[in-house]
Write a protein that binds this ligand. Structure first.
Ligand SMILES: O=C(O)CCC(=O)C(=O)O
Ligand SMILES: [Fe+2]
Length: 232
């Protein structure tokens, strides 16, 4: 989208202090399993939650996406939706954020995925799909039960105020058994809070309940390892 003029140029290059909360930055800098675990909870096996983004960054990103959507509307441009499950939201890589997101994956998510997801390609993440999902009135309502087309998924709530919209996880399955029931120990439901991240296996089955009031906006980064998949 070469004619698009960004609203907030500062979003397009990572400024760690402006983007991330101090505890997250310190843990990444220390770069040990212990430092990661000191800021992360693991409420179900392979699912990690932690505080990640500064409130100001979240608000700037939401307004950048709104600005892009208005521009796309004015120029009668057809906006690609993030995946087949969404009618709303936008692909961030489509309006210039791909370099920033690549660095986000390489410098801030790969260190974590090397430690926690090495067995699924977490040590060799080499490509991404970065997008925004939006729920509320005149937007998407919920997201059906699915697995992501990723090795590792980062899902961060950006805002704003909403009720409902909980994420639900139901364990991992092979392709043949994707829709089988979850066991009680696999059941994990999570109410997202702005600025907070959930990191999970792309193949961990999940969905999002209906947002019943307000406006929910999340940043998704599907992190992939083509080099690993090429070998399998
Ligand atoms: O609504 C959410 O937070 C979940 C989105 C999601 O699972 C996805 O886009 O893959
Ligand atoms: Fe997903």
């Amino acid at each position: 989208m070469s004619n698009y003029q960004p609203l907030h140029q500062e979003l397009y290059t990572i400024d760690p202090v402006a983007f991330f909360v101090p505890a997250f930055l310190k843990a990444i800098k220390d770069n040990t399993e212990q430092s990661f675990r000191s800021i992360m909870s693991e409420p179900a096996p392979g699912i990690f939650t932690f505080e990640m983004l500064q409130p100001r960054f979240c608000e700037l990103l939401i307004t950048e996406v709104e600005h892009f959507e208005k521009w796309a509307d004015r120029t009668k441009l057809h906006v690609m939706r993030p995946n087949t499950m969404n009618q709303y939201g936008a692909v961030l890589d489509d309006f210039g954020l791909q370099t920033m997101l690549k660095k986000l994956m390489e410098d801030f998510i790969s260190p974590l995925s090397k430690v926690f997801y090495a067995e699924v390609g977490g040590s060799t993440l080499d490509s991404h799909h970065g997008f925004i999902v939006e729920y509320g009135s005149h937007r998407d309502v919920d997201m059906e039960f699915h697995v992501d087309d990723s090795e590792v998924t980062l899902n961060v709530c950006l805002g704003r105020q909403f009720s409902g919209g909980e994420l639900y996880f139901r364990g991992m399955r092979c392709d043949k058994h994707l829709n089988t029931m979850g066991h009680s120990e696999e059941i994990f439901d999570y109410s997202h809070v702005p600025g907070c991240a959930v990191l999970h296996h792309g193949r961990h089955r999940h969905g999002a309940r209906a947002t019943i009031a307000g406006h929910r906006v999340n940043l998704l980064l599907w992190c992939r390892s083509f080099s690993r998949n090429a070998k399998v």
